[in-house]
Design a protein around this ligand. Structure first.
Ligand SMILES: *[C@@H]1O[C@H](CO)[C@@H](O)[C@H](O)[C@H]1NC(C)=O
Ligand SMILES: *[C@@H]1O[C@H](CO)[C@@H](O)[C@H](O)[C@H]1NC(C)=O
Ligand SMILES: *[C@@H]1O[C@H](CO)[C@@H](O)[C@H](O)[C@H]1NC(C)=O
Ligand SMILES: *[C@@H]1O[C@H](CO)[C@@H](O)[C@H](O)[C@H]1NC(C)=O
Ligand SMILES: *[C@@H]1O[C@H](CO)[C@@H](O)[C@H](O)[C@H]1NC(C)=O
Length: 483
């Protein structure tokens, strides 16, 4: 997470802050408090720094703005302090990580970080006037609750890696087009010399071994048919040169490490979880370096590749043996290998979807001149909520003229990652004491129980999320009784 970056952005914002004292009467609907009194006292509001963003002419004072509560306080993208006024493209909000405002009438939305979202800690009772917003850019394995329809439908706004989400973060690991176009760090001639000197054609570098995609099971099979140098903790068969650290699980780009791995023609680029549009640096980094990713992760990855022949897709091959044959053929055919790197010529980057997404996204990756996506999503929610509140006010004033705004909620297309399957072979052939088998399919189905349990808590207007286990049990008993 680029939390430090967001703090810097917040500081920059503070420096250009201009106070805003304008007041505007609010509709009575906004003033009625769910609790007898605001738990954010007037004094706390007075100390909230106030500034105007570019282009926004929302003239309301802090006391009149809707509140967005960051339930995952650790991700609160402002510094210092717990509460901040944000001025977005169209409107303003107060954002806070102070959970005391949970039940307050003015708190119109709660923002969650998917990895931290736990059904047994959810803010209950769920108030009908509050929208839930989900930010989840990380792996599906971090929280399978969100991959089930009853889990994702709890949210009204999403920012996930999927293109269908409301605020998509699909290319979050790709800094820019220029990153892809960088000339190969090691020429093909040099790579061939390294091959002669004994390097394998294929690199594997993983230290996180027990993952839902079960990638090691595939690689273990692949290794029977082609040489793979494996330096990480998983399937290790070679020591790393002493001067290099194992950065197999890190995302940093240490120069020495990068030039070491760039000697390899092919990089096994296997995500830890399989889900549409879940693509990480495992894909983009070899493309940047001019190595060919041998990729498995998002089944629709071809939609985002610079050119349809710039990666080798594991799923295009019926078996590891046939993939190995293909890689060996490419290894001994320089012309064919070079074709895979043609995208380094900008004229060969012909994927309109990729170019358009890079051009139109408002957030930056390692780019201080653009907002980061935490601030971007927060503003997306702020503007949407102000629009919704205005539509509801208009409806209350004149129901004949203004219909009630339609509720919106996320669905499986915003996350919806499939049941983990073995990396190689079929689940029936996996021995019962297999570590992967004991962990991931169970985790997936237990997550469904939790999603259903939380729905039940909400339906029953419970205020204690600790009753989750009780509700899960009741649901199980009901299901058993139905048979
Ligand atoms: C600012 O106010 C003007 C006039 O009230 C309005 O036309 C314009 O759309 C507003 N701008 C934004 C960004 O809301
Ligand atoms: C990929 O590049 C090749 C060679 O330059 C070109 O012929 C082909 O049209 C490109 N394909 C796509 C889908 O961009
Ligand atoms: C938010 O989603 C819930 C379902 O999870 C729904 O009941 C509610 O009406 C939605 N709220 C808005 C403002 O769309
Ligand atoms: C799921 O949500 C998207 C918008 O986010 C919408 O376009 C789509 O129709 C929805 N699908 C279903 C089955 O409701
Ligand atoms: C839900 O519970 C809260 C208090 O916990 C109560 O104020 C509210 O009226 C309840 N809502 C419904 C629909 O029963």
């Amino acid at each position: 997470m680029a939390v430090q970056g967001s703090m810097l952005v917040a500081l920059l914002w503070l420096l250009v802050a201009v106070p805003c004292w304008a007041q505007e009467p609010v509709d009575s609907g906004d003033r009625e408090a769910f609790l007898p009194q605001s738990v954010l006292s007037d004094m706390e509001f007075a100390t909230v720094s106030s500034y105007r963003g570019p282009g926004n002419n929302d003239s309301r004072g802090n006391k009149e703005l809707p509140i967005l509560l960051w339930w995952s306080a650790g991700l609160f993208p402002h510094f210092p302090g717990d509460t901040e006024r944000i001025d977005c493209a169209h409107s303003s909000c107060l954002v806070t990580r102070n959970r005391k405002v949970q039940l307050y009438r003015r708190t119109s939305a709660i923002i969650f970080y998917g990895t931290d979202f736990r059904a047994y800690e959810a803010p209950l009772p769920r108030l009908p006037h509050q929208a839930w917003a989900l930010f989840h850019e990380e792996s599906p394995m971090n929280n399978y609750v969100l991959s089930h329809a009853p889990g994702i439908r709890l949210f009204n706004y999403t920012a996930t890696f999927r293109r269908e989400s409301d605020y998509p973060l699909t290319l979050q690991w790709l800094p820019s087009l220029e990153y892809l176009l960088a000339p190969p760090s090691v020429s093909l001639q040099e790579k061939n010399r390294w091959r002669q000197a004994g390097l394998a054609p294929v690199l594997y570098m993983q230290s996180h071994c027990d993952v839902p995609s079960d990638r090691d099971r595939y690689v273990r099979e692949l290794m029977k048919y082609i040489e793979v140098d494996s330096y990480g903790k998983c399937l290790n068969n070679k020591p790393l040169p002493e001067h290099l650290e194992d950065t197999g699980t890190a995302t940093g780009e240490d120069r020495q490490f990068m030039s070491f791995v760039a000697r390899y023609k092919f990089h096994l680029a296997l995500e830890n979880g399989l889900c549409p549009d879940y693509m990480t640096e495992k894909l983009w980094r070899p493309l940047h370096q001019g190595c060919v990713p041998v990729y498995r992760g998002s089944p629709s990855v071809a939609d985002w590749l610079p050119n349809d022949s710039s990666a080798v897709l594991v799923d295009d091959f019926p078996s590891p043996r046939e993939l190995a044959e293909h890689l060996r053929a490419l290894d001994s055919d320089d012309a064919e290998y070079a074709r895979l790197l043609e995208y380094k010529d900008p004229r060969r980057v012909t994927n309109g979807r990729l170019l358009e997404a890079l051009k139109s996204r408002e957030w930056g990756v390692n780019d201080m001149s653009k907002p980061n996506y935490l601030n971007g999503f927060e503003c997306f929610v702020c503007d949407q909520e102000n629009r919704r509140l205005a539509a509801e006010r208009a409806h209350r004033r004149d129901p004949g003229q203004h219909p009630r705004p339609q509720p919106r909620m996320a669905n499986n297309s915003h996350m919806g990652c499939p049941l983990p399957a073995p990396g190689y072979g079929i689940v029936e052939d996996v021995p019962p004491d297999d570590g992967w088998l004991q962990m991931w399919p169970q985790d997936y189905w237990q997550s469904l129980d939790q999603a259903q349990g939380l729905n039940s808590l909400i339906q029953h207007n419970e205020s204690d999320p600790g009753l989750l286990w009780h509700h899960i049990q009741e649901l199980a008993v009901k299901r058993a009784g139905g048979h």
